[in-house]
Design a protein around this ligand. Structure first.
Ligand SMILES: C[S@@+](CC[C@H](N)C(=O)[O-])C[C@H]1O[C@@H](n2cnc3c(N)ncnc32)[C@H](O)[C@@H]1O
Length: 451
């Protein structure tokens, strides 16, 4: 089946609306149907999908204001087409108003018939004519309403952030969350240097910025950049990795002679950074419950020339002594989490999470950290990381761990990068232009240092 640009965007959004289909999975699932589209059309499709997910509450507020039918009684495809049309009208200068309206009307006419098409036409045209009459919540008198509607943050999350952050900080955070994040590369120092890679990219006409804290990062400015088309991709000169994620492996500080366990390795972003920091020496075991991810990790290790990475499909919670004949100098637990720190990359996450998820994930994180702790050599380091800034998944996990495990102490992050933070690594999209990460460096004491 082949789709045009907006049909494709509609299908992706409808798939993403199912609770367990992440945006990444939906994009992967439909990608064969997009193969015939030109690159600008693919870019437009992505812009609509991400834009609708970023601004969903704002778009719904407008639809509700100009529709006689309540949103709760609207068919999901109709509501989605309205969101897509409105997003183009309000946010995409490159799409003229008539094109945004006509393509939306035709899209729904083919699916639901003429009557529904008339309804969509009416709502979109009313918006164009009467948008100026809308009363949007004012940040000075109704900050919660403003954040919820204008910045499209779910109310339960906005309430939590309001209790935690100052007014200016939360507004800045919300603004950055809805912006397109930078494409950040990690120079593969097994094959090149950051400065050499930067020269290659700038010579090819790309506008780049060196990351300020990671010595390996380069952000490539602009939108719609195809990673595979960047110079150096086939030669494995870089991997795609946000700066905050780069800081995690740097904070673990694995040495060339170390034996390392990446206990939740996933696709291996951090495993392969560790391999590069270790100069392709030492020994790394990449473990995950998902064999499919580990297979992709092995392929990526090959592209990057990272040498032999031992993979292990195993549940950390069920792993016993026989699974690991030796102790490790370094263990990374990059735990599964709510992902609320990476909303600018995965805007669908905000509509799928609830407070209960934070508590559920925190319970799992505590268990994973405890299970990993027994694998660390006395004198070795256990690093706990999550891409969420929620306290239950951050310091609460670490505090509970330290209460239980008197053989561990927290090592201050200040010593790692001279960051303006003392105990933990905490990064934010606002101000730092990085994903929101949390990491704690825990040292296992030797019998001598314990007493
Ligand atoms: C945040 S992701 C890891 C991302 C990865 N470290 C990276 O940098 O690309 C968490 C991973 O933990 C894995 N996982 C979840 N529960 C696990 C368990 N009990 N044992 C091992 N891995 C687990 C998931 O499959 C997922 O790939």
């Amino acid at each position: 089946m082949t789709w045009d640009t907006r049909q494709a965007a509609l299908e992706i959004l409808l798939q993403t609306d199912q609770k367990h289909a992440t945006l990444d999975r939906a994009l992967d699932a439909v990608s064969p149907n997009l193969a015939h589209l030109s690159q600008p059309d693919k870019n437009l499709c992505h812009a609509i999908v991400f834009g609708v997910l970023r601004h969903r509450n704002f778009l719904d507020f407008i639809i509700q204001s100009f529709s006689k039918i309540p949103l709760t009684r609207m068919d999901l495809p109709v509501l989605t087409v309205l969101r897509m049309g409105l997003f183009q009208l309000r946010f995409l200068d490159r799409v003229p108003d008539f094109a945004a309206i006509d393509t939306s009307v035709n899209l729904i006419k083919n699916r639901n018939g003429k009557k529904t098409a008339g309804f969509v036409n009416g709502v979109l045209r009313n918006t164009v004519r009467q948008f100026h009459t809308l009363n949007l919540p004012d940040p000075h008198t109704d900050l919660l309403g403003h954040i919820t509607i204008v910045h499209s943050i779910p109310e339960w999350l906005a309430e939590r952030w309001l209790a935690r952050y100052g007014n200016e900080q939360i507004l800045e955070l919300c603004r950055t969350i809805n912006q397109v994040p930078p494409l950040t590369l990690r120079a593969n120092t097994l094959k090149t240097t950051r400065s050499e890679l930067n020269d290659i990219l700038t010579a090819a006409g790309f506008d780049t910025r060196l990351t300020s804290l990671s010595p390996h990062g380069i952000s490539v400015m602009g939108s719609g950049i195809r990673i595979e088309a960047l110079p150096g991709f086939d030669q494995g000169l870089f991997a795609v990795q946000d700066e905050a994620a780069q800081l995690v492996s740097l904070m673990l500080d694995p040495q060339p002679h170390h034996i390392v366990l990446d206990a939740c390795a996933g696709l291996g972003g951090k495993t392969l950074h560790m391999a590069q920091i270790m100069g392709g020496q030492g020994k790394i075991t990449a473990m995950d419950t998902d064999p499919g991810k580990l297979a992709l990790l092995t392929a990526e290790a090959h592209r990057l020339g990272a040498g032999e990475i031992q993979t292990l499909t195993l549940d950390l919670m069920k792993a016993g002594q026989t699974d690991f004949p030796q102790y490790f100098d370094r263990v990374l637990v990059d735990a599964p989490c709510t992902g609320l720190g990476v909303l600018r990359r995965n805007p669908d996450t905000k509509w799928k999470r609830s407070f209960q998820d934070i508590l559920r994930m925190a319970g799992q994180q505590k268990k994973l950290l405890n299970a990993a702790a027994n694998r660390v050599k006395p004198g070795g380091i256990l690093l706990y990381a999550v891409c969420s800034g929620e306290p239950e998944e951050n310091e609460h996990v670490v505090t509970a761990f330290l209460k239980k495990r008197k053989d561990y102490v927290l090592e201050p992050v200040m010593d790692c990068f001279g960051l303006p933070m003392d105990r933990y690594l905490t990064t934010f999209p606002n101000g730092m232009d990085m994903d929101g990460f949390f990491a704690a460096r825990l040292k296992r004491l030797t019998p001598e240092t314990r007493s």
